[in-house]
Design a protein around this ligand. Structure first.
Ligand SMILES: CC(C)(COP(=O)(O)OP(=O)(O)OC[C@H]1O[C@@H](n2cnc3c(N)ncnc32)[C@H](O)[C@@H]1OP(=O)(O)O)[C@@H](O)C(=O)NCCC(=O)NCCS
Length: 181
């Protein structure tokens, strides 16, 4: 066993636990991703309309997390509640066609009821530490150019603004990078 194999599956912060999703989180994930104000910034930008989509999303997470032992799709669970209020990711970011990159991204989606509490930044800081401790040399965040709330999280993390880039997801996105100290 290498030390990588011992990366623990969950992360604790002062207010949050980040842990892998299970199918018991289906309703919470559906509630999150069926909201237009959340879904508009994710993937195709289309809200979920059927609970089964959340089941399938959770079932795909082991593929989405990729091979790095520190990476995962994490449910964000405040210590005072049972169900997740969001999702935070440390995952491989797909290169655009014609780009041969091998990068990891961090990302965040929170239920609107808990925006404005600092949870996204708190979760992301923990994933940054997890990634750098596990040897990932640099992290990216890729945002819709209009997503100022998400770009504000990147700024709070001290990420470098790379401007508009086409390197990932076959789209023009405003990208941010953080290098391991
Ligand atoms: C992007 C998103 C996660 C940002 O959430 P957020 O709550 O605004 O971000 P943070 O966790 O960094 O919280 C910062 C805010 O909490 C406030 N705050 C309150 N208590 C705080 C505390 N104890 N610690 C830190 N900040 C606190 C900050 O002052 C700041 O407020 P402001 O927005 O008025 O400046 C959220 O808007 C979201 O889920 N959007 C939809 C999905 C999305 O866009 N995902 C990103 C795709 S790239």
């Amino acid at each position: 066993m290498t030390w990588h194999d011992r990366v623990v599956p969950s992360v604790k912060t002062p207010r949050l636990t980040l842990r892998p999703f299970t199918l018991d989180d289906t309703d919470a994930l559906f509630d999150l991703m069926s909201r237009p104000e959340v879904a508009r910034w994710s993937g195709r930008g289309v809200p979920m309309v059927d609970r089964q989509e959340a089941v399938e999303r959770i079932e795909r997470m082991p593929v989405r997390r990729g091979d790095h032992p520190a990476a995962d799709v994490f449910a964000v669970v405040p210590h005072d509640v049972e169900a997740p209020v969001g999702m935070a990711v440390l995952v491989p970011v797909p290169s655009s066609e014609g780009f041969d990159r091998d990068d990891h991204e961090i990302g965040w989606h929170l239920h609107p009821d808990v925006w404005g509490r600092g949870y996204a930044t708190e979760a992301a800081k923990a994933l940054v530490e997890r990634a750098f401790t596990a040897g990932i040399p640099e992290l990216y965040a890729v945002t819709n150019p209009d997503n100022v709330r998400s770009q504000a999280v990147c700024a709070r993390l001290g990420m470098t603004d790379l401007g508009l880039r086409h390197d990932w997801y076959d789209r023009e996105l405003r990208a941010f990078r953080l290098d391991r100290p």
